[in-house]
Design a protein around this ligand. Sequence first.
Ligand SMILES: Cc1ncc(COP(=O)(O)O)c(C=O)c1O
Length: 497
Amino acid sequence: MYRTFANMLKCFGLGKIKLATKTSSYVKYFTSLPEPKEPTIMSSSIPGPKSLELKKKLNSMQLSDAVKFFVDYESSTGNYLCDVDGNVMLDLFMQISTMPLGYNHPRLLGVFNNAKNVKTLVNRPALGFFPGKDWPVKLENILKRIAPKGLDNITTMMCGACANEHAYKNIFITYMRKKRGEDGCFTEEEIESSLRNLPPGAPNLSLLSFCGGFHGRTMGALITTHSKYIHKIDFPSLVWPVAPFPKYKYPLEENASCNEEEDKKCLTRVEELIEEYCKKERPVAGVIVEPIQSEGGDNHASPEFFQQLQCICKKNGISLLLDEVQTGGGCTGKFWCHEHFNLSSPPDVVTFSKKLQLGGFFHTTDFRPRETFRIFNTWMGDPAKVLLLEAIVNVIKEDKLLDQVEKSGKVLKSGLLQSEKEYPHLVNSARGRGTFLAINFETSELRATVIEKLKKLGINVSGCGENAIRLRPALIFEEKHANIFLDRFRKVLSEIK
Ligand SMILES: Cc1ncc(COP(=O)(O)O)c(C=O)c1O
């Protein structure tokens, strides 16, 4: 029985999901159902009849082909998602990897059981002009607790693509400032030509990105996205350099020398492209790369690859941007994936979104634009999302969730490796860090079949790249959840002829 708010918080202090009693006056906000023991499937197909009905309605207003099923977010809890047809699924996709604490975590529900925080939610400010009185302290807390080492400035934005687009602009601003000299001013010609999208005001600069990379779908971010044609076709773009990203052979231990060769080949091409684009008078101002290419197929590169990439950037006086939109927030066992790489100094920019609830980027003071309004928009983030982020970071630390990710990740990965041994004709190349794992299928058709069969057994997973399944559970995913997934995964594989 929770007699007081404080008592209730104490009860939830360990971050475990517990059932609030109906007598609690806070039940409206705090009700978190206990997790079921395992998934249950009620409808004969997924999407079930209620989902299909809703899809029809939605489709009358907008294209809704991508909708898999409709979710009952009130009933979803922890690692389990409930759909409107009463199906309860173990979720290893977690809203495209954005829910660090699963569904209806009591500590997150608790954030808005507080009049002050509700007012933060309701009165969303134009942060660039009118931040609330506690905004500087809030950001300072975030910086202190989660900023990548060496990056002591933060620019908040909305989503991943928006974070990347603004970070790209920041790279160009810094490049041009250095070119002009610290005291250089814009010329009349630059000012006038910029308004007509022409050089010298809109200079012929470029960013180098990688084949298979994904950095968002807005027009600027899309120039650097190369995962699937459907994201890009019909949209005008800029001719910027695209380097090959390493394609490793697995298992890594047995293929070390050929993977090393692969690193060298790709890095040589990066250097060549930087030179070529300089000669073409479209110099490269920065390199943008994901620590693990996610949407593109969970493609990994070695720490040495990233160390040498950073050396190339430094040698050429250009910026290195690590897009941690999908890898950030703890799912690789470290808060930032690039912590696995032992870089000799911090990257210049790290972009984030997804598990961090809002978008943005961390950067050095040197990256700060000298003029205002150059990196700016109406909202520039969302203080209500920062309230959630604060609570998320507290729970990650108090509940030692990065250790949990390591433990669950070990179980998951060894299960995937085992399934590779048992079914080598079906699956291969199990890989990943923490619970950020993937496995390849012989064909994309087989991958689709497995995803469908898993869904019917109450497991929600997603594909990435041409033929991989990616695992993106919440940080609260435990060994017992890993075993439920693995049992059903093996069952599906065993049933495939
Ligand atoms: C690495 C990476 N960058 C950028 C994005 C774009 O983020 P958003 O969809 O929030 O614009 C994504 C989205 O999946 C991503 O995985």
